[in-house]
Design a protein around this ligand. Sequence first.
Ligand code: SAH
Ligand code: SF4
Length: 401
Amino acid sequence: MTDIETAIATDNPASVPETGITPGGTTGAFRDVLSRDHARRGKPPLHFADMTPEQRIATAAELGLPKFRVKQLANHYYGRFDADASEFTDFPAAKREDAARAFFPELIHEVTRQVADDGATIKTLWRLFDGSLIESVLMRYPTRTTLCISSQVGCGMGCPFCATGKLGLTRNMSAGEILEQVRVAARMMRDGEVAGGPGRLSNVVFMGMGEPMGNYRSVLSAVRQISAMPPEGFGISARNITVSTVGVVPGIRKLAEEGIPVRLAVSLHAPSDALRDELVPMNRRFDTTAVLDAAHDYWLASKRRVSIEYALMRGINDQAEHARLLAKRLNHYGDDWAHVNPIPLNPIEGSRWTASKPEDERRFLDILHAAGITATLRDTRGQDIDGACGQLAAKGRDGRA
Ligand code: SAH
Ligand code: SF4
């Protein structure tokens, strides 16, 4: 086992590599995609969302505040999406500034907001405490509103068609940094800041920047705090949370053991090892058989249908033979356990890959349907603001990442 696999298996903080490098990051093919300064960066400030109940009580005690004040803070944060303690009028005025400093340091600062689809899609660029840039995308649909969040600064997995992969990994995000994206979006929805009037954030997908399984501990802590009912969490059902992975098998297996009914999405993109080795470098560590076995076991354990993500690339993985092999490999495990999500490739700058021809997309879907597999083409919301799948590269105002 590598360090990160051991860390995932044992959940032992001592074994988590200091740098937070994702599997494969320290060796072999992934080394060259790491940012050079990852090890020099410090940890984000500790936030209410990062603290255990005991830590919260101890921090309150240091400020001379009794335990019930912690519950009050939790009601503000999780129940009302408020993190500005200076405005907590039910809190002793003399202690508000102390509480703000000790519990609610600003973890994510809005740099820019881009709007598309007549206001129904909003991409926000955030600056973190160390100057790192990340993005999240809010998408309102008639019956649900989905927030796509980032879990790492960059990504070390090196998928060549993905803008985030081009950045390499800078660092893991803390649970607080992940959760703050959700709090702000939930608040925007409640306050009617998204076209369509006041509403509710209903879904969260870990499909922004980063590989969630490379930051397992913080991602899981965030999942728990998104799904718990207030005042322990934001009360967004775990069934409406999707964790998308490039196929880090120990992470999938560990997630299955947690017994949380989150939806698992697996980025397959190719039905054979020969092709997937090229498109998803992580395949050399965990191959298609290992990934599909783990995905199917997740279905058995959770009874939640697994999403198989498949970015359609013109002439590369979108031909009839690919669809037939994909159908065969999924049906090998039985019926109805997976749902295929073909994603029209979103072009990224300087990439030699382009989106499939519409007739090839259609044929791909038809072959899957004829083989009894449910498959729906993913929409490409936010494409014109570089907010669609794989386009998140946290470009600053000057256009550079
Ligand atoms: N790292 C995780 C989650 C973030 S990526 C993962 O890979 O699953 C979210 C999804 O967008 C993945 O399925 C990813 O493969 C896909 N994706 C990446 N680049 C893309 C692009 N240029 N066009 C379409 N989908 C892309
Ligand atoms: Fe990382 Fe996912 Fe992009 Fe691959 S597709 S580089 S795993 S964010």
